[in-house]
Design a protein around this ligand. Structure first.
Ligand code: KG4
Ligand code: ZN
Length: 364
């Protein structure tokens, strides 16, 4: 494959319309048009609204990605698109757009798995070539912990293109649990950033169950924790879905006792959720003896989760790699472009563009 391989990548898997331009494993631009504001009133992502917003945002996002990347169509060597996993109506927009562009510009296409892209997000370098795997090279097998609003997975990466799914959530994803518990507390959407902000000044004094500790496998489950939170709140007389206060102001130093309750509850929930993830991370390390660890997905924005992962890894003398930029954690097309670059290296291109289709339930 030629050097300086330029890819235009699209991801419309959920509620971010994202388009990126990459050159080999370097990110030249990563445009993310978030729809969060539009989905807020539904307390979660509303698929048909996501589709309409993707249709509205996609062309401007493509133009902006090319402009920021200082790349013209004639320089683009290939295009990449997320085909799954994701919301079917949302994925459809990216896939249709790639088909249209492939015909118009006669470019080869790479079909990308959203979860593989999350897994490879730590391999993305910035435009100057800096990134997590710079001084230390990848050493396989690498264990990936992917935690987002849609997925919670442990994956063993034996090489680029060689993956083994070790465990995943049997019900809600960890990010979804953050969002639902925030909703119960009347705190708004998305819940992860709000809860983690409140938790910073909270005491984890409420007892909640750490799920699946003795399940014997590497799967996760968060619906029990969610229900336990609901019961606990009911018992404490907190009415679910009713905003108790407008802004998380615990850190302002003017917090009333009421506000402190939210901080303490957030800290209790966050602690238990992280503990559930760490139990399985430890177990995966002991069972599969990886040489390195990578983290990916929007929930990895959570600092106590990063710290806990590093602490676990240190015990086994392992290094943890995290993407060089937070934009690579939440849904974005730069990780899709980098994943596509590694696929292009193994000549993994779409053979018949007419047959390209979305795969909402795709797993690696
Ligand atoms: O990866 P992502 O953008 O979307 C999916 O692919 O699902 O992740 C979004 C999720 C949301 O559930 C959001 O609440 C959560 O990531 N999140 C966080 C934090 N920041 C975002 N969860 C916990 N702590 C955070 N700081
Ligand atoms: Zn995602």
């Amino acid at each position: 494959m030629k050097k300086n391989f330029i890819i235009l990548a699209i991801d419309t898997s959920c509620d971010e319309t994202s388009v990126a331009v990459t050159r080999d494993d370097r990110v030249l631009s990563n445009v993310i048009a978030s729809q969060v504001e539009f989905h807020k009133e539904y307390g979660g992502v509303y698929p048909m609204l996501a589709k309409r917003k993707h249709q509205e945002f996609i062309d401007p996002a493509i133009r902006e990605a090319l402009r920021r990347g200082r790349v013209a169509w004639k320089d683009v060597d290939a295009m990449a698109v997320t085909v799954g996993a994701g919301l079917a109506p949302a994925l459809e927009v990216g896939v249709a757009k790639i088909k249209e562009l492939a015909k118009k510009y006669q470019k080869p296409v790479i079909s990308v798995s959203h979860m593989e892209a999350h897994l490879l997000s730590s391999f993305a370098k910035n435009s100057k070539g800096n990134g997590p795997f710079l001084k230390i090279k990848p050493q396989f097998p690498i264990l990936g912990l992917l935690v987002s609003g849609g997925h919670t997975q442990l994956v063993l990466m034996k090489d680029f293109g060689e993956y083994q799914l070790l465990g995943e959530t049997l019900d809600d994803a960890a990010g979804e649990a953050f969002d639902k518990v925030a909703k119960m507390l009347g705190l708004g959407y998305p819940g992860g950033p709000i809860i983690s902000e409140l938790a910073k000044t909270g005491e984890p004094k409420y007892e909640l169950p750490v799920a699946m500790v003795n399940s014997g496998d590497l799967n996760f489950s968060f619906s029990g924790l969610k229900t336990a939170c609901l019961y606990k709140l009911q018992k404490l007389g907190i009415v679910a879905d009713k905003p108790a206060f407008a802004k998380p102001a615990c850190r302002s130093g003017r917090a009333s006792a009421g506000k402190q309750f939210y901080c303490d509850f957030a800290a209790s929930f966050e602690k238990v959720l992280i503990e559930s993830l760490m139990v399985k991370l430890k177990k995966a390390i002991e069972s599969y003896r990886p040489r390195q660890i990578v983290l990916g997905g929007g929930v990895i924005n959570n600092l106590p989760l990063r710290q806990a992962s590093r602490k676990v890894a240190r015990k086994y003398d392992l290094r943890v790699f995290i993407p060089h930029n937070n934009k690579l954690l939440t849904d974005n097309a730069a990780m899709v472009g980098v994943c596509a670059y590694y696929q292009a290296k193994r000549n993994d291109f779409v053979k018949d563009i007419e047959k390209l289709d979305r795969q909402p339930n795709l797993n690696f």
